[in-house]
Design a protein around this ligand. Sequence first.
Ligand SMILES: [Zn+2]
Ligand SMILES: [Zn+2]
Length: 139
Amino acid sequence: MKAYDILLAHQVKPSVQRIAIMEYLMEHKTHPSAEEVYASLSEKMPTLSKTTVYNTLRLFAEHGAALMLTIDDKNVNFDADTSQHAHFLCKTCGKIYDFHTQVGLSKTKELRMEGHEIEETHVYYRGVCKDCLKDKMTN
Ligand SMILES: [Zn+2]
Ligand SMILES: [Zn+2]
């Protein structure tokens, strides 16, 4: 699906800036922060402001067009992959990895806890990634 269609499908009005931000998220599966998105797009779009980028990303998350991750307490990160998946943060390099595993995840739509309706589940793991583990061993 194209960024334009994804925005429409989630009832987000597809403005030029919103499409550019969505495309950036779709092309960069590294879970960028609002600052990263702004830093990359502001070169091409000088009228873009940091606030607009942040508000747009939050809007995407509210409409279910993107995921908002709070795995890193210093940054809020965004993910265009809205399928159920877990995240792993490396405490050494700060990289966020995707885990497409069902461990710890259940179909949230079907889940009702004590009458509450669950809309989102976030599974976060923190540790040291395999690349950093390798560095540690060779040093
Ligand atoms: Zn690492
Ligand atoms: Zn992800």
